[in-house]
Ligand binder design. Structure first.
Ligand code: SAH
Length: 356
């Protein structure tokens, strides 16, 4: 990507919007080593130009005028065990997003947003209930990762999941550019990145042909079209048969299985008959299944399945030859769990750290 730069640089450009070529253009009047210094500041230290101490003050000031960090931290909530951290960020145009950083014994994962809000309107999802604001830019996506990397220290940020606010495949080009930049410029491996989609079939097919080893999750939640359309309205446009076919294509092209996400909803999609239906679809798609207990949200009446039901459901799938895992539930007490992200109206913070 090369941006039109120089004196006409767009006023709200994030420092992380620029790739190396664009930065080189911007610094064309400077000695070449300045590009390295700025690059190291942005990508190794993860700081904005105003804080890059190796630069002369005048250049720092000039860059700070041209390049404005996009994310402004408003609230940070931290779980009691300090292993889950939810951050609420304000952005230009009155938009707001949330990110969730999760520490595990073997890894630290950031759950990033691809849009402010979401237009997919899945009833059980807090983001869907609140509606759509706008697509994020490449810089806004990268900044989430850069800031999480600093927040994670001394732990190493190792994994990225596009499972925050928004539908990544409705912002396809920018998400793809962000992924390429995360791999190339932040050094996080493709296999450590997962994109989760509501099931936009043309984009799943495109994604299969990107030549990347990035993981793909599809939010299935129901294995018959009638139930799925009631839970995930876009199913009307992209029904299960098309998702199965595209998932197979993904597997054939990349050698990687799609992961079907299934939020376990009490009495809705957690019966033995649902498991049988799902097993058939998962086998056809050569998919792995990931069960998520449904998390409570303000605008949805149904509740998550009890733990024993989730276990039985997993066993049923396993006995039918399906590869299945149950996702550990994280962040519920700070409204940071799957489907609970709803910027501005989120949780009461459990514990706050001062703004940095
Ligand atoms: N738009 C993308 C990313 C959404 S969030 C997608 O649809 O995949 C990631 C996952 O959380 C999705 O599988 C989504 O269906 C799920 N989810 C949404 N609301 C949830 C809830 N209340 N409880 C559990 N999972 C939920």
């Amino acid at each position: 990507m090369t941006l039109a730069l120089g004196p006409s640089l767009a006023s709200m450009t994030s420092p992380w919007d620029l790739d190396r070529d664009a930065l080189t253009d911007l610094l064309s009047d400077q000695p070449r080593y300045r590009v390295d210094q700025v690059w190291k500041g942005l990508y190794d230290q993860g700081v904005a130009p105003s804080a890059i101490s190796t630069l002369p003050r005048a250049l720092r000031e000039r860059l700070a005028t041209d390049l404005t960090p996009a994310l402004d931290l408003t609230t940070r909530s931290i779980s009691e065990d300090e292993l889950t951290v939810k951050s609420l960020w304000n952005m230009s145009g009155d938009a707001a997003i949330e990110t969730v950083l999760m520490h595990y014994p073997d890894r630290s994962t950031i759950c990033v947003s691809s849009q402010a809000g979401c237009a997919m309107a899945c009833g059980f999802c807090a983001t869907g209930q609140a509606g759509y604001q706008r697509n994020l830019t490449v810089g806004e996506i990268l900044e989430q990762v850069v800031l999480a990397r600093s927040e994670a220290l001394p732990r190493r940020l190792s994994n990225i999941v596009f499972m925050g606010m928004g539908e990544p495949f409705a912002n396809y080009d920018r998400v793809m550019e962000a992924i390429r930049r995360i791999i190339a410029d932040l050094g996080i491996g493709a296999r450590k990145i997962t994109v989760s989609t509501v099931g936009l079939v043309p984009q799943i097919r495109r994604f299969a042909n990107e030549g990347l080893q990035v993981g793909l999750a599809v939010s299935l939640h129901a294995a018959n079209n009638e139930l799925r359309t009631s839970l995930v309205p876009v199913n009307k446009k992209h029904p299960i048969e098309a998702i199965v076919d595209a998932s197979r294509q993904f597997r054939d092209k990349t050698g990687r299985r799609v992961s079907f996400e299934w939020a376990m909803i009490d009495g809705v999609n957690d019966r033995t008959s649902d498991a049988k239906e799902l097993a058939k679809v998962a086998r056809e798609a050569a998919a792995h299944v990931n069960l998520i207990p449904l998390n409570p949200t303000p605008g949805w009446p149904t509740v998550g399945s009890p733990a024993s039901r989730i276990r039985d459901f997993a066993n049923e799938l396993d006995s039918l030859g399906v590869n299945v895992t149950v996702r550990r539930n994280r962040g519920n007490e700070i409204d940071a769990a799957c489907g609970q992200l709803r910027a501005n109206q989120g949780a009461t913070p459990v514990k706050l750290r001062p703004k940095r």
